[in-house]
Design a protein around this ligand. Sequence first.
Ligand code: SER
Length: 320
Amino acid sequence: MHRILVTGATGQIGSELVPALRARYGAANVVAAGHKKTPMPELREAGPYATLDILERGALAALVELERIDTIYHLAALLSAKAETDPQLAWEINMGGLVNVLEVARLGNCAVFHPSSIGVFGPSTPPDRPPQVTIQRPNTMYGVTKVSGELLCDYYHRRYGLDTRGIRFPGLISHKTAPGGGTTDYAVEIFSAAIKYKQYTCFLRPGTSLDMMYMPDAIRAAMEIMEAKPEKLHHRNAYNLTAMSFAPEKLAAEIARHIPDFIMLYQPDPIRQAIADSWPNSLDDSAARADWGWQPRYTLAEMTREMLAALSGSGASHEP
Ligand code: SER
C-alpha cells in the first residue's frame, strides 16, 4: 500500500506530480504539503493537503505518523538563481529541509525521492556529455546543496538502509506552474511571451546550450525510478537524466515555425549567465536508460507544439 507525502507540492514539479500520483495510487493516498495556506484549488480539493514548513521537523514527523506515510517525494527547495541571491537561506531550506526529511524517513522507515539537478556540475566537469560518475565541483550555492544532498541520501542508504533515490533533472519546461528562480526559466517564460507579445528578451546569451525536459517526461521519470526494482539501481543519488539539449536561439527558431513573426532579443543577466556557463552543454544519461529503462518521449518539436497549444488556450501566465 502506498501512502505518499509530497513536500513543495505547490511548486513547478509538485503541482503536476501530485495529480499524477493521485491518479496512480488513489487521491486519498497522496498528501500534498506546501507552505501556502491556500494552494491552488486542484491540490486542496482533489485530495489531502497540509500546510507545512519543511524546517519544522516535529510538524513533519507528526504528519508522517498521522497519515501513515511510507514514501516521501521531497521537492521543497530554492532553485539556482534564487539561491545565489540568498545563499544562507538556500542552505537552510535545501539542506535543513532534506536533513529533516531524511531523519523523519529513517525513524518512520519511508522511501525518499530527492530531486537533484544539472546544478551539481561545475566548471571542471567535462562540458559535453559528462557520464554518470564524473567531476562534481559546482560553484553555486544551489549546486553545493544538491551535491551535499546526493551524498547525504547515499549515506542514509548505506548506513541505515533507507530507500533513497534521485534524478539529476535538467531544466523543466511546463505550462501549469511557473518555476521561479531558476537559470533555465527562460525556456518556460518564452512560450507565453511569444503568444502574448511575439517577442521575448532572453536572459541567457545565444549559444548557451543546456539540457531540458518537458514536464510529463519528468513526472513519469520520478514515478518510474521509485517503482524500479532496487537490485536494478547501480546508482541511487542521483541519476543523470535528459530529453533534449538546446541553446536559446534553437528554441526561438522552433517557436518561429509556429509564430513566424516571433522575435528573440538578448539581454544576458550576469548571475544566471555565469551559472549556465558553469553547467554542462548536455548530459550522458545512459546509466538511467540501462538501469531502469529511462526513455524520454518528447522531442523539442513535440514539446514546443504542446506548450504553444496549451498556453494559447489558457492565455499567458508569464511576463516577458
Ligand atoms: N532548473 C533548475 C534551475 O535552473 C536546474 O535544476 O535552477
